[in-house]
Write a protein that binds this ligand. Structure first.
Ligand code: KG4
Ligand code: ZN
Length: 340
């Protein structure tokens, strides 16, 4: 098969989502995600349980992705998989499975960096999605990472700012936990925030160098604030949930926007793309849309299904690598701490 018309299977298993997708010339034919519910009762991802669930899910998820794409595994041109960063046990399941399948089908293997994939998801061809022009700034905001990346080309990226402690998704999830919301708290904080008053409670924004982030202080501030208020009124959370969520979200979004403004000032680049699970957040989405008129930025927000962990983003990187002959050797290993 020519490299022009290729079918790539992407496999993602870096954290707690087992995902598979098929891409054909930039267009996603299927995008299947099995989210592991087991972690909810523990209030966070339990690595050992995640690996076991991946092992259980991976065959049915891949099978479903092929069926939805309406292709047979024999039509695949290559297998792309997440080789890092992530939880080692989780990565090993996807890595070993992908190697075996590629070997069995006698097709090439493509290793994909999960953080690059969150950025390159913008190059998936989909309605309402525009590909950024190089160079652009990418802000990856997820449960595991918070970075500002200068993207010079598909595989030429430089991290110019990052968190010195918690990731922004963790800040959302920890705030959710303090408020008694189920894990992961991020989407729920967002939901309640939408009908609350963002200016009701004030939280100070942590001070670190202009392009770096810090979220551990915010978590402590929220914790002390809630403890104090609940001491005075045991129903404080229930009576004020929307306003508390709106105020926390406002603080976080404003902080993210401050950092982006600093990055634009430092680099002179006004084209901005976001990626990672927190890009699903309505506050950051609105702030970026407003920034187009306010600061003359060109902003790119991925489609919702390409924001949180998914295999479509692995498949697009796989396709870019495939078309450039960037294959993995079959002794490639997972790397939990892989850098961009
Ligand atoms: O990219 P992702 O699916 O997994 C990681 O690689 O971490 O990101 C998951 C994170 C979680 O912390 C989750 O709470 C957060 O993204 N998240 C949100 C929203 N949707 C997902 N945080 C705030 N608002 C949302 N709407
Ligand atoms: Zn992710």
């Amino acid at each position: 098969m020519s490299q022009k018309n290729c079918y790539i299977l992407g496999i993602e298993s870096s954290c707690d989502d087992t995902a598979a997708a098929v891409i054909n010339n930039g267009v996603i034919l299927s995008n299947v995600v099995a989210t592991q519910k087991i972690h909810e009762e523990y209030g966070g991802v339990v690595p050992e349980l995640a690996s076991r669930a991946h092992q259980q899910n991976i065959v049915p998820v891949v099978y479903q992705a092929l069926r939805k794409a309406n292709i047979d595994k024999k039509e695949l041109s290559a297998i792309a998989f997440t080789s890092g960063p992530g939880l080692m046990g989780s990565l090993l399941v996807g890595t070993s499975f992908s190697k075996s399948l590629a070997l069995g089908l006698n097709i090439p293997l493509l290793d994909v960096n999960h953080m690059q994939a969150h950025i390159l998801a913008h190059f998936i061809k989909a309605d309402g999605q525009t590909a950024p022009n190089f160079p652009f700034l990418a802000m990856t905001i997820s449960g595991g990472h918070t970075q500002i990346v200068l993207v010079k080309d598909y595989f030429e990226m430089e991290v110019i700012g990052e968190t010195i402690d918690d990731a922004v998704g963790e800040a959302f999830d920890k705030a959710g936990k303090i408020l008694g919301l189920p894990y992961p708290g991020g989407p729920l904080v967002d939901k309640y925030a939408q009908s609350g008053n963002p200016k009701r409670f004030k939280f100070t924004k942590p001070k670190v160098s202009p392009l770096d982030f810090s979220f551990s202080g915010l978590k402590t501030a929220v914790l002390y604030f809630i403890e104090r208020e609940v001491n005075n009124n045991p129903n404080f959370i229930a009576e004020n949930l929307e306003d508390i969520c709106a105020s926390i979200q406002y603080t976080i979004v404003d902080y993210l926007m401050d950092k982006l403004k600093n990055a634009v000032k430092q680099t002179g680049i006004k084209e901005i793309a976001i990626g990672g699970g927190v890009s699903a957040n309505s506050g950051i989405r609105n702030a970026l849309v407003n920034a187009e008129a306010k600061y003359g930025w060109k902003t790119h927000i991925p489609k919702f299904e390409f924001c949180t962990d998914n295999a479509a983003m692995i498949a697009i990187v796989g396709e870019l690598k495939y078309k450039n002959g960037l294959f993995a050797s079959n002794n490639v290993v997972a790397n939990a701490r892989m850098k961009i």
